[in-house]
Design a protein around this ligand. Structure first.
Ligand code: MN
Ligand code: MN
Length: 460
């Protein structure tokens, strides 16, 4: 064999900034401008749901309810309680030949307010929180936070809360101990440097003046809340309020090649997935994009993918065409669109390099996830893995393989198994992320654009 022939035998992964033309790189950067705007405005599942539906309506998507009649060429969306949404473009092919699904989640780790959150301690006002998803709790102190969500009043009115994002808004924060007095705190294990019940958000310090009153700071805050939102303390029991970092998405690096933001997991897959289905025109196979909630807490609950909402949607779609739903499920294919852990040179020990994903090396195709002997994974079949790899190769989608870290060091799951359990061929395809689940996560612009390309060529 010649030297060149021998070279061909070896696998050769390459940095996409080496392979892509300047034109393509510019395209990726332009795409990411839209992504960064989106990331600065839609931070929670409810806000992404609204964003997605608004964009879909602009492109001619119509609301679909169970039982509605649907025709070939229709563009529809199904709104699941304002917290998850399914978008579909009905193809010309019979549904019995299957649909092409993409599935990303739109919830991200954060601090949720407790049901009865408001209290005063030593003349400071606080909100009690219960963290949502897997976080390193110490990372969430001294980060400026905004509050997002809804409060349902007694008369049924829904108050939308979004405070801390506007330049003129106040922000909120979890305090931490000064190093001078942290001698004992620093001896705690890292998982307890800040404990769950210490994630208390500072929300006020001024007192109500006038007659004798206990809890003057709390009373002052309630007075402000009443003026601003028309609520009383007991209304907070009927609310979902989420504290998230208040800053906007930022360019990272002298070369501006990366994006730092809160909630890339999994909006860096959700946004490309949304853009892809909005760009799909007259597909042969029906294209379905799922933006789901509750992945970060295990996908349970009626807005998570472990519930039946996707199954009902697809079965209902099959029924309107008189198609056999079992055939539809069996012939369907899904890209489970979730992020992966990018190799971090500062912490090389937790990665096995040959099976890790790298920033700028394209979308990560992950055959299996899970932990300890692949527990909790759907493990895609080699035949389907090959189909996706070949599709990406033929369509010039730059991709890499990658597992979430070394064997037995941890691991994690995605929503892949919920589609696979419906007898749908499913594989994970997503964007590599640095500092995943931190208040400020990092992705590469080229990888983000490649995710769009991957989802688009899969569904077009
Ligand atoms: Mn995720
Ligand atoms: Mn996650």
């Amino acid at each position: 064999m010649t030297k060149d022939e021998l070279k061909d035998l070896l696998m050769n992964r390459k940095n996409s900034s080496l392979i892509l033309s300047d034109e393509e790189i510019q395209k990726a950067y332009d795409f990411c401008e839209g992504y960064m705007k989106f990331m600065s405005t839609a931070k929670t599942e409810r806000e992404v749901n609204v964003f997605a539906i608004n964009e879909a309506k602009k492109k001619g998507f119509k609301q679909f309810n169970f039982g509605d009649k649907v025709n070939v060429g229709d563009k529809i969306y199904f709104d699941n309680r304002g917290k998850a949404v399914i978008l579909a473009v009905i193809g010309s092919d019979s549904l019995e030949n299957g649909v092409n699904l993409t599935a990303a989640h739109i919830d991200s780790p954060r601090l949720d307010l407790k049901e009865n959150p408001l209290y005063e301690q030593d003349e400071l006002g606080f909100f009690k929180t219960h963290y949502y998803g897997g976080i390193k709790k110490y990372q969430w102190t001294t980060v400026p936070l905004s509050l997002h969500g809804v409060i349902i009043k007694k008369d049924g009115e829904k108050v939308i809360v979004n405070i801390g994002e506007d330049e003129n808004d106040p922000v909120f924060v979890v305090t931490d101990l000064l190093p001078h007095l942290a001698q004992n705190q620093m001896k705690r294990p890292a998982s307890e440097i800040i404990r769950g019940e210490e994630l208390n958000i500072l929300i006020g310090a001024n007192c109500v003046k006038g007659e004798d009153l206990n809890n003057r700071v709390k009373a002052n805050i309630l007075q402000i809340l009443n003026k601003k939102y028309g609520i009383i303390e007991s209304d907070l029991l009927n609310a979902e309020l989420e504290a998230v970092p208040c800053y906007k998405a930022k360019n990272v690096g002298f070369d501006c090649s990366m994006i730092g933001a809160y909630g890339h997991d999994d909006k860096v897959c959700a946004y490309p997935e949304l853009c892809a289905i909005l760009d799909i025109q007259n597909p042969k196979k029906t294209a379905v994009a799922i933006l789901t909630d509750k992945e970060e807490t295990g996908s349970d609950g009626n807005t998570g993918l472990n519930s039946s909402y996707l199954k009902y949607f697809l079965e209902d779609l099959a029924a309107t065409f008189g198609a056999n739903p079992r055939l539809m499920f069996s012939n369907s294919k899904c890209l489970s669109a979730d992020v992966n852990s990018a190799f971090d040179p500062t912490f090389p020990d937790v990665f096995e390099k040959a099976n890790s994903s790298f920033l700028n090396y394209g979308v990560v195709v992950t055959k299996f996830t899970g932990a300890r002997g692949k527990s909790g994974t759907s493990d895609a079949n080699a035949e389907f893995v090959a189909e996706i790899h070949h599709l990406f190769d033929n369509e010039n989608v730059i991709w890499q393989n990658g597992e979430l870290g070394r064997v037995d060091l941890g691991g994690g799951g995605t929503v892949a198994l919920y589609m696979a359990n419906l007898n749908i061929d499913t594989i994970d395809v997503g964007v590599p992320v640095l500092s995943m689940h931190a208040p400020f996560e990092i992705v590469s612009k080229l990888d983000t654009y490649m995710a769009y390309k991957a989802f688009y060529v899969f569904q077009k």
